[in-house]
Design a protein around this ligand. Structure first.
Ligand SMILES: Cc1cc2nc3c(=O)[nH]c(=O)nc-3n(C[C@H](O)[C@H](O)[C@H](O)COP(=O)(O)OP(=O)(O)OC[C@H]3O[C@@H](n4cnc5c(N)ncnc54)[C@H](O)[C@@H]3O)c2cc1C
Length: 447
């Protein structure tokens, strides 16, 4: 093999591409990964990590302001938002270095540049900054090229006034006011962060309520919490783009579209009308040596789904199609303040006889200690088998508790055992909500 021939080449280094490359190398393949921007993709550089870092900064601010509740006096100095952004960037850079170390520990070659297909085995890589252009041969290719923010026809992101989530995460100053168009997860997280740091935020959504795919009760609760925090929430708004005159910033968060430029149409890869790559349950495209994972396949648009698919694709592309993607239950988390999270078995709607239990955090000892008494856990249970089918949580640490909830669903157990739950904890509220459905929760008043 010469220098530019590989068993597996991965396009994109987000969670999908990174996990695919590492797993392929773990199996023993000679692997290269191509990245045109920054190692880590959307997740590390302009998605999961930066949003949660800024959310945590806001949380720290609130904790300082509330320290008197614990008998501790503290003074919050004026916040310089640029310092927070710099800290966020420093953390991202460290994580990125860690990822590069992992890749090199597996002898995975990193090519900095943009890939385009010449044919089903040859990729042309160009890097304008370095004035480089060369070809690499790959026996097998995994496309994990991700997505970019969607913009409405007639508008363009100028990065100054009309911005997307990536621009927002790099603002040096908190604007006086901001219109956020799109009441999905990204819009809500951005509204929480910017409003928390003093921006007057108006959040508009076209549907009749925020997060149209979420449980209505959770959506309502999130909406109430956002309003309490001073965010102006407007739903059923069909003309958001008609009047954007008065706002200092207009953040458009109406969805994502595939990253393009790979020459997929000429190659003959099947794509949807919107440009997402079509794959089968093994993550394989219609061209047998090319697989695709993550956001570019337009399925879940979540980092952990991308990561799962990356591993599955790497196994299948090398060993033959042995593993299929089996999404049993996919947790969803929203970092408003407090966070909310939900998970349900994928065929939840098929169950006709579902009973519900609910446990408010106002009755949780741990929530009392943490001064986080807002919210509740709701549990949906199959009346016949007593198996839990779904959990909806709004409240502190719900992003962590939901992993336990997912495992409970996945295990298919017919009950949740008290003796396995630490007290005082937030996660024991899963048990309380479950028992409430049968009138057996000992931590709430008799109904
Ligand atoms: C604001 C925001 C917050 C989010 N928060 C969360 C969260 O908390 N949890 C969660 O699970 N998900 C979150 N997501 C979604 C998550 O970031 C994505 O689902 C995930 O990054 C998808 O991974 P991926 O590997 O498919 O693609 P990406 O992470 O988008 O990576 C694709 C990579 O491919 C590169 N690339 C594209 N084309 C080429 C080419 N031709 N040549 C070379 N390189 C190329 C891109 O530069 C990019 O680095 C968030 C997204 C956003 C926007």
């Amino acid at each position: 093999m010469n220098l530019h021939e590989y068993d597996v080449v991965v396009i994109g280094s987000g969670p999908g591409g990174f996990s695919a490359a590492v797993r392929a190398a773990q199996i023993g393949a000679k692997v290269a990964i191509i990245e045109r921007l920054f190692i880590g993709g959307t997740c590390l550089n302009c998605g999961c990590i930066p949003t949660k870092f800024l959310w945590k900064s806001l949380k720290v601010k609130k904790e300082i302001q509330g320290s008197y509740r614990y008998g501790i006096k503290s003074i919050l100095e004026p916040i310089v938002f640029e310092n927070i952004i710099n800290k966020k960037n420093k953390n991202i850079t460290s994580i990125r270095s860690g990822m590069k170390i992992i890749l090199s520990s597996y002898n995975i070659n990193i090519f900095e540049g943009s890939a385009i297909f010449k044919n089903k085995n040859v990729l042309i890589i160009s890097n304008n900054e370095k004035n480089e252009k060369f070809e690499i041969y790959a026996d097998k290719i995994i496309i994990a090229s991700g997505t970019k923010p969607l913009i409405k026809n007639g508008f363009t992101f100028d990065g100054v006034r009309i911005i997307n989530s990536t621009d927002a995460l790099n603002l040096k100053k908190i604007p006086k006011n901001m219109l956020i168009i799109g009441g999905g997860v990204v819009g809500i997280e951005m509204a929480t962060i910017f409003s928390g740091f003093g921006c007057h935020v108006t959040l508009v959504e076209r549907a009749n309520f925020l997060l149209p795919n979420e449980d209505y009760e959770i959506s309502e609760e999130i909406s109430k919490n956002l309003s309490r925090q001073g965010i102006e929430v407007i739903t059923a708004c069909t003309n958001a783009f008609d009047d954007i005159g008065e706002y200092e910033k207009i953040l458009i968060a109406i969805g994502r579209v595939p990253n393009d430029g790979l020459n997929l149409r000429d190659l003959g890869i099947n794509i949807t009308d919107s440009g997402f790559i079509k794959t089968n349950e093994f993550c394989q495209t219609n061209i047998s040596n090319i697989y695709s994972v993550g956001d570019i396949t337009g399925k879940n648009l979540l980092a952990y789904s991308a990561q799962h698919e990356g591993v599955v694709a790497a196994e299948n592309i090398i060993k033959g199609n042995k593993f299929s993607i089996s999404n049993f239950a996919i947790p969803q988390v929203i970092f408003a303040m407090p966070q909310s999270a939900s998970v349900k078995v994928l065929d939840f709607e098929k169950y006709k006889n579902v009973i519900f239990g609910k446990f408010p955090f106002a009755s949780s000892g741990r929530a009392f200690i943490e001064n986080e008494r807002t919210g509740f856990v709701k549990c949906g249970i199959d009346k016949l088998t007593k198996k839990p089918l779904a959990f909806w949580i709004i409240g502190a640490y719900s992003d962590e508790i939901i992993n336990t909830a997912s495992q409970i669903l996945k295990s298919g157990m017919g009950h949740i055992s008290r003796e396995t739950m630490f007290h005082p904890s937030f996660s024991e509220s899963l048990l309380n909500a479950y028992e409430d459905a049968f009138g057996k929760c000992v931590d709430v008043i008799k109904k």
